[in-house]
Ligand binder design. Structure first.
Ligand code: GSH
Length: 271
């Protein structure tokens, strides 16, 4: 399923600030996991920074974007969209009228929607600068490796997330066993793509690592829900998880796992 960006593209003068107050919610600071309004100069109007990131603290898709922004050392303004209440903010309705979802990146007033699309945008717009300064671009340079990274990203979004949902919503032992078996199979397939490498594209942390690592916020939940041990089932993937979590961008982004699990149980209606 491809996600379209909205065609209604407000200009910077379209004044995002009129939508802003509704989106700001006060959450206990530990839940925000570093999602404070970073890098806003004192004289800036809220919502009018060059780069604005709109998300909900427990959203695995949004964590990808936050990690990418931090990897590239970018300045941005963060706006929390409270998905625990039913009503969407005017900002989200206006910036993503097609799907009404977060994450949304707003660059000079233009919305970019869907986490994978956003990562690619970040890489295209700011990745070169980062590479010139001695870093690496998020996506691999080689077209075949890029195609492979995109393939596995699609696999995570369309296979693994669906199976996660099946596991959480399963009723009865048979359904649960089937979903658990499928999830372990898929995580092993992902582990196969990692192979013996440090990161998915080799020695450098990049695009596919960023796509997959937020899933680790749910690994302990998978174990509890399915009664299995990921150290036993996917030991290489677990070592990769630890390597990723040594990075500041990842550590500062992933929220408390128990809080994320609690929120997902609410979303899946199992609490
Ligand atoms: N494919 C999208 C999925 C984004 C998504 O599912 N966002 C959810 C949060 S987990 C959302 O905003 N849900 C709000 C709703 O459906 O009302 C992406 O990668 O960004």
């Amino acid at each position: 399923m491809s996600i379209q960006c909205c065609s209604d593209r407000p200009t910077r003068q379209g004044n995002l600030s009129s939508f802003y107050p509704h989106s700001l919610v006060s959450l206990p600071s530990e839940k925000l996991a570093g999602r404070t309004r970073t890098s806003m100069a004192d004289n800036m109007v809220p919502g009018e920074s060059e780069v604005v990131f709109v998300d909900f603290w427990a959203n695995l898709f949004g964590m990808r974007v936050l990690i990418a922004l931090r990897e590239l050392g970018m300045s941005f303004e963060y706006i929390e969209e409270d998905l625990s209440i039913r009503k969407k903010s005017d900002l989200v309705l206006r910036m993503n009228p097609v799907y009404r979802m977060v994450p949304i990146l707003i660059h000079r007033g233009h919305p970019i929607c869907n986490s994978i699309n956003i990562l690619e945008y970040i890489d295209e717009v700011w990745g070169h600068r980062h590479a010139e300064a001695g870093g690496t671009q998020l996506l691999p340079a080689d077209p075949l490796e890029r195609a492979s990274a995109r393939f596995w990203a699609d696999f995570v979004d369309h296979k693994v997330f669906n199976t996660e949902m099946r596991l959480f919503k399963s009723k009865g032992d048979d359904e649960k066993e089937a979903a658990k078996g499928e999830l372990i199979r898929q995580l092993r397939q992902l582990e196969g793509a990692l192979g013996d490498k440090n990161f998915f594209s080799g020695d450098e942390f990049g695009f596919l690592d960023i796509v997959v690592i937020p899933l680790s916020s749910m690994f302990r939940a998978y174990e509890q829900q399915g009664t299995f041990d990921l150290e036993v089932e996917c030991p290489k993937l677990m070592r990769w998880e630890k390597r990723c979590k040594e990075r500041e961008s990842v550590r500062s982004t992933l929220p408390d796992e128990e809080e994320v699990y609690r929120m997902h149980k609410k979303w899946y209606g199992i609490e």
